[in-house]
Design a protein around this ligand. Structure first.
Ligand code: SF4
Ligand code: SF4
Ligand code: SF4
Length: 273
């Protein structure tokens, strides 16, 4: 785990989405094709994707007074779990740690989607197309998984999303310091919002993104009592995969098929045993 962490104070966010745009600009990611009614409560684009690594969502957390619902904002990017399910399931060791952050190596990735299924936050996504940026680099690769890399690949001291936030809702620094700030802020918020909470202290061994919320995590769609993935099943799939991949000659498309076969063999085996 990195000594540093992101602090996302959703109570300070004004919903300008400058962070979402900064992430796209700095990483050379293309825009999404959106529709007016595309996402929940007009949020656009609807969710994170292979080309949107930082997402701001608007929604009401309290509709008890239909005349005056209480609106809030949620930020999502990779939470950079210390004990990350995505990293554990990847059959190609394509997810590795760079300065403590979980990063996907697209040259190793075969697009099997194991990380997509294993992440309880629905963060990584496999792209259906290539995208080349203005200076000719292939930023998005077809049939490869993509997500936030904590700006480790673009040599920034302060991540682009944090650097651009005009209301200081996003901070970046020593994790212990970020936790101290988050806990202090929640105490202040609890005077008006008794269920205000901090998310990310212990989940998956501690997240690299600490989030301050005006209500309980469930209200923001965040899972509680999260569990590490069952490694006996993962190991079984990997064992079958090692065997099947002997016949793939290094072709990613054949490796994807080998992974699917390994998964279905493991399923059949667990049903029969
Ligand atoms: S949030 Fe998901 S993609 Fe990010 S490190 Fe955790 S498991 Fe992996
Ligand atoms: S899609 Fe498969 S190979 Fe690629 S990073 Fe995810 S688990 Fe690893
Ligand atoms: S840390 Fe960098 S890659 Fe991650 S969401 Fe922020 S700007 Fe995007």
């Amino acid at each position: 785990m990195s000594d540093n962490a992101f602090l996302v104070d959703t109570s300070k966010c004004q919903g300008c989405r400058a962070c979402q745009v900064a992430c796209k600009q700095w990483n050379g990611l293309p825009g999404e094709k959106t529709e007016f009614f595309g996402g929940v409560e007009y949020t656009n684009p609807a969710e994170l994707s292979a080309i949107t690594w930082n997402h701001v969502k608007f929604f009401p957390i309290d509709r008890s007074n239909p005349e005056r619902p209480i609106w809030t904002i949620m930020h999502k990017k990779c939470f950079h779990c210390h004990e990350a399910n995505c990293e554990r399931v990847c059959p190609e060791k394509a997810i590795f740690r760079l300065d403590g952050w979980a990063v996907i190596d697209q040259d190793r990735c075969i697009g099997c989607g194991a990380c997509v299924n294993a992440c309880v936050y629905n963060v990584p996504q496999v792209s259906g197309f290539d995208h080349v940026n203005d200076v000719g680099q292939k930023i998005v690769k077809k049939d490869r998984s993509h997500k936030c890399n904590a700006c480790t690949l673009n040599e920034r001291e302060v991540p682009a999303c944090v650097n651009t936030c005009p209301s200081y809702a996003l901070l970046y620094g020593n994790r212990q310091e970020m936790l101290k700030i988050a806990k202090k802020r929640v105490k202040e918020l609890q005077k008006d919002f008794p269920h205000a909470s901090v998310y990310g202290i212990d989940e998956f061994g501690g997240l690299g993104v600490i989030t301050v919320l005006r209500d309980r995590p469930e209200k923001y769609g965040l899972p509680v009592n999260v569990q590490a993935i069952d490694m006996s099943r993962v190991e079984e799939i990997k064992n079958y995969y090692s065997f099947f991949s002997l016949f793939t000659f290094g072709f990613p498309s054949l490796k994807r098929t080998a992974y699917r076969m390994a998964r279905s063999f493991s399923q059949t085996h667990s049903v029969n045993s």
